[in-house]
Design a protein around this ligand. Structure first.
Ligand code: ACO
Length: 172
């Protein structure tokens, strides 16, 4: 975990990784609200490569995704295609949240090996000293289709919390 007070070389490395992740996401993510309050988790492989990255920030509110019914006759494969293609909507009522996942990324060849799940588990125990965050206290920033499929599975519901859903909209 890299924290804002860590040595410059570590922060510089995190910045390089963040740029690479943003390029891989293929669009400009909303800028981080306050760099001095972010926590970055890096997943390092045995051969010392960064294969996962999670950037978390403090937030106050999240908004619940409104689940859309998947057509009933679909096969599992068709359901995933449907999930990937549809736009998502969320409630306009804010709900209290503590931790915002600004970015979560895993190297393409290493996906579906529970690396993202393990990074979130680690985040939940380390984001606030001495407390373990519940899934209800976590929100995802502007999830991509992959992010949505992952969050739905991890949170055990398609009605997980999101934030930053209007690009660049910041909470105070
Ligand atoms: N399609 C369908 N289900 C998925 C997918 C997917 N692409 N990814 C994860 N899941 C579900 C599965 O049920 C999976 O369990 P299973 O493999 O046993 O079926 C479960 O979530 C747990 O997945 P992990 O293995 O922990 O997730 P992974 O390490 O593969 O990382 C991630 C998921 C980070 C979304 C990865 O696909 C990725 O880096 N994608 C590209 C970048 C991206 O879009 N990041 C999210 C942006 S949104 C944001 O940053 C807030």
């Amino acid at each position: 975990m890299v924290l804002p007070d860590d040595p410059k070389y570590a922060l510089k490395k995190v910045e390089e990784i963040r740029e690479m992740v943003d390029n891989d996401l293929g669009f400009q993510q909303a800028p981080l609200m306050c760099y001095s309050r972010t926590k970055t988790l890096l997943f390092i492989s045995n051969d010392k490569k960064v294969i996962g990255c999670l950037i978390a920030e403090h937030i106050q509110w999240g908004y619940r995704v409104i689940e859309e019914k998947v057509p009933e006759v679909s096969s599992e494969n068709e359901k995933v295609i449907f999930e990937r293609q549809k736009a998502w909507c969320c409630s306009t009522s804010p709900e209290p949240a503590i931790c915002g996942i600004s970015r979560i990324w895993v190297f393409s060849m290493m996906r579906r090996k529970k690396i993202a799940s393990r990074m979130i588990e680690c985040l939940r125990s380390n984001f606030i000293y001495g407390s373990y965050l519940s899934k209800e206290e976590i929100a995802f920033s502007d999830p991509t289709p992959d992010g949505k499929l992952f969050a739905t599975q991890y949170c055990g519901t398609g009605q997980f919390l999101v934030y930053n859903f209007l690009n660049g909209q910041h909470q105070t």
